[in-house]
Ligand binder design. Sequence first.
Ligand code: GCO
Ligand code: MN
Ligand code: MN
Length: 388
Amino acid sequence: MGNYDPKPEHRFTFGLWTVGNAGRDPFGSEVRPIISPVQIVHLLAEVGAYGVNFHDNDLVPITATPAERNRIVADFKKALADTGLVVPMATTNLFSDPVFKDGAFTSNDPKVRAYALHKTMHAIDLGVELGAKVYVFWGGREGTETDASKSALEAGKRFREALNFLCDYALDQKYDLKFALEAKPNEPRGNIYLPTTGAMLGFIATLAHPEMVGVNPEVAHEHMAGLNFMHAVAQAWDAGKLFHIDLNDQLFGRYDQDFRFGAEMIKQAFFLVKFLEDVKYSGSLHFDAHAYRTDGPAGVKAFARGCMRTYLILKEKAEKFNADPEIQALLAQINADDGAYRWSTGGYSTDKANRLKTESFDRVALAQRDLMYEQLDQLTIELLLGVR
Ligand code: GCO
Ligand code: MN
Ligand code: MN
């Protein structure tokens, strides 16, 4: 058995809102005591996390006076210094306050849009002050229930204008900061704009500073849409846009359950961890999840430890997969290449095109190849089940 204790080099982070989640849901109130940001930092240090992330109002209440803000920030900085925890990411709460009931950057009200920029610039300042290098944008209220209310085209333009403004603000301030956009198909709005990571990647290409902007894909959000999360992550990685990641779990098609990482779809979680480790992703491994509402403070620690432990177990499984002689022999056989068509690869030429067009292929023979994916998948399952 390996050692599954989290260490700083694993870059495991949690949000204040994750282990601080007191279990309130649309049908019931808190079931756990509310714990302060300072207490959360100490809790995270105790379970072995590397960092802590926050929305502006997780740390500083929206009603705080400047003096209160300074005291809260000083206390928080002291907790960070006492524990050695860092703040790799920060974000803005643009969804809780009633002012954002019809969106922030995409609201129909120009005053609300201006307030959203004001609030985000202050929140960026706070994040940078505490050391954040990645700034996440999750547009929880950027959407509609009825499309009679808002033009989807206009909303996209407003969102672009806001992000362009904020990129320029960060550049103007000479902040060392990258933006990461987080997609979600719905909840709390009936429909949220730019509902998937793929949609976000397309949108980023239309921005004024696309090099500053990447994505923060979340397992639960792609699963809500019934999508293969690892494929979305691979596309983001290929585009050089995997700036951050929100790890959690849930079954397809449910509401946003934000369960402990690996709690539901172990095989998907395995291929995700294997992907991140194989490509040597070096950003934060952030757990955007919370403990079951049934559990108390001990359950919160078990939840946080469980997220990290499962990641490390799956990392070890990925190493085993990569070293397993039978699995690797099958993969070598599946990917075998006698070089007969190497001449056709590596880009277009007129000669290649002409030669390919006149080439005769034995279509029936090609189709007869047995791919042995059943054996390969069963070996993978047995490895995951611990009998290999
Ligand atoms: C959610 C989201 C949020 C964001 C967070 C940071 O569905 O509630 O995942 O937790 O990740 O607001 O942007
Ligand atoms: Mn979520
Ligand atoms: Mn998230």
